[in-house]
Design a protein around this ligand. Sequence first.
Ligand code: FES
Length: 515
Amino acid sequence: MALRSSNKKIERDGSTVSLWQAVTKESSKKVLPDTDAIYDVAIVGAGITGITLALLLQKAGLQCLLLEGHKIGFGTTSGTSAHLNTFFDATYPEIESDFGAEAAKLVAKAGKEAMAMIKEFVAMYQIDCDWETKNGFLFSQTDEETEQLAKILQASQNAGVAVTEAETNGLPIEFQHALLFKGQAQFHPVKYILELAREFREQGGKIIENTFVCDAELKDDIYSINAGKNIVRSRKLVCATHIPPGVNLLSFRCAPYRSYVLGIKLAKGAIYPDCLSYDMQEPYHYFRTHVIDGEKYLILGGEDHKTGHGDPEMAFGNLEKYAKANFKVSTIPYRWSAQYYVPVDGLPYIGKMPFGDEQTFIATGFNGNGMIFGTLSAKIIADLILGKENEYATLFDPARIKPIAGFSEFVKENADVAYHFFADRLSADRIATLKELKPGEGRIVELEGKKLAIHRSVKDEITTLNPVCTHAGCIVNFNAVEQSWDCPCHGGRFDLKGKVISGPPQKDLDSLKLS
Ligand code: FES
């Protein structure tokens, strides 16, 4: 089915607008959950993971309820740059050295299978989502990167990935060496998930939007889920919320990051890349082209940093400078940022909730490869719920213990979290008067010994919140680009009124009155 572009934008978890948001959505009537029913599976989160899983299970004959705190695609699925790869942010040499050669082969096979699943869905439901198979290039620009690239070539081939040396990187950017990964792909992520959601409904599944799940209690093998004004019941529960809610092991095994993306119009006559391409800088840049309503856009991303750290305005500034230095830029109509979670040992966590009960499942730590790993998660969790063998389940098990892999990273990420647990309690930005706040600015201030998160809107309204994150007590920071309060510890994000946007917090920030 074809989805048209629209002036009306679908909602997303930030105030910047991504290339994917202008899509006409089927107008759906307000749906209410059946509070008398016991659903087989309740899935929380309607992004690529939740929707793909819901469809797989519903097709297999289970009765599923998909609960979404906002609207379909509100989270990272509408902020991704939608590169579909069979090589990942955790490189094959890293996977081989940390998990072994057989594990590297399994990861390669899993990636290929997830890519094939998306392609099959596109064909099966005739989804008009701009699917295109592309060559993917990874290129080096320094001697050190070239050395690393040679290791990637070897380990990728060992793992069974189709990769060769290449003469080009597909870009007008100088390079030393390049690798060609054949059979990569790209698509329009929102058009894709909206059609999967439509198919899920057609198969008898139910989607409840704008319903935030704040808790769930398991009694006699049945969950009672607190979903907005209703209590709904299910036998199994899946948190497809990017990071599981609440304080749990995964909060400490995944570090939240933000990535920045530009949708660029090049000058007349300039050639847009006809491939997916990646440099090896730290953080790396990623490139591709997408056509929306006959208009080509160069999609350029990078400048990633930990959520609640770094300066989003500066990140966009650096990315724009980089774009102008390397391409003939005409205009930059789109700029947006999105969140992802970096797993401590490099591989995603997919399966049963560690130290949880047997019926709760989670999927997180996708790094920058959310479309592929989200799809893979759906397949693994569907098999676990249906009692089928899945050859990837053990490798991605969230309860895995890898004492060597990622240990230094684990210490680094958690030292950083620990720093915020203490530093946030000791220092605050003092301002003598609220007049120092510019319109559109938010700051943490200390007034009469109390920390406050204060925001001044462009209409000159002042909002005051308690800045103590409701997840585990860190102090939030203001994100001027997305106009949100972002937590530097585990990536919880809140809107200007203190409502939870995403991340592990389950409660809103308290709003405070200033006298
Ligand atoms: Fe964990 Fe804020 S997200 S303390």
